[in-house]
Write a protein that binds this ligand. Sequence first.
Ligand code: HEM
Ligand code: HEM
Length: 192
Amino acid sequence: MSYYDTPTKLLHKGMALTITVQIGLSLFMAHPKPGTIRTSLELQLFEVHEWVGIAAALIVMAHVAYSLISTGNASWRTLFPWLTANGRARLGEELSQLGSWFSKGLPHPDDSHALASTIHGLGLLAVLLQGLTGGCIFLGMEEGTGAVSEAIHDVMELHEVTGMFIIAYLVLHVAAAIWHQKLGHDVISRIK
Ligand code: HEM
Ligand code: HEM
């Protein structure tokens, strides 16, 4: 039987696609801002970022809801091992063996998964926060002029910082997947 169940695989595909698109758009778009001139392409890309962002937020929320009810390997117990005594013990053991990554490479995910799951869980929380702050900007930004209140301005700064964290997460997450593949662990087949 596959390590991840079908709903998890579908939700993961939805997140991987929408969030990668969101990052790509964020590099070229510009949001409307009073007193600032934007090209129509920059504004159109921002509009796409708004709508793909709402879709991404809904997919992430569906994943979080599924993690709360699922007993499989996308459950909150797996993704947040530090919440249970057994998970904290496994995490401590894996952290003490980090040095062996440099001599032997990443451990096989069947033998050791608490640290990887912790990172997956943090990635999920980051994209949840990004969807929620994006939703606040969507509701709080004036259409056309881009005027925002002081509070929404602060939310935009948080969205920017979490955005950078998500970019770093995705780079490391994909690099880890490639490293596992090279070691013959075939993690791609587990989630595809
Ligand atoms: C930013 C978007 C992404 C997020 C938030 C994310 C998050 C996650 C999470 C939470 C898991 C654990 C399974 C689950 O609960 O869904 C996971 C597993 C995995 N992801 Fe991603 N992922 C993203 C993008 C990608 C991309 C683009 C790839 C392409 C290589 C990828 C490759 C994998 C693999 C191979 C696994 C399985 C690891 C294992 O065997 O445990 N992910 N990801
Ligand atoms: C999960 C969904 C979303 C993801 C992954 C995402 C991702 C990003 C990223 C990576 C950035 C660039 C941050 C940086 O400059 O380092 C960004 C910027 C931005 N996003 Fe999103 N976004 C999402 C949803 C939304 C939604 C729904 C809106 C609605 C309006 C939105 C509005 C913005 C704005 C206004 C900026 C520019 C922030 C600034 O320059 O201060 N985002 N987003």
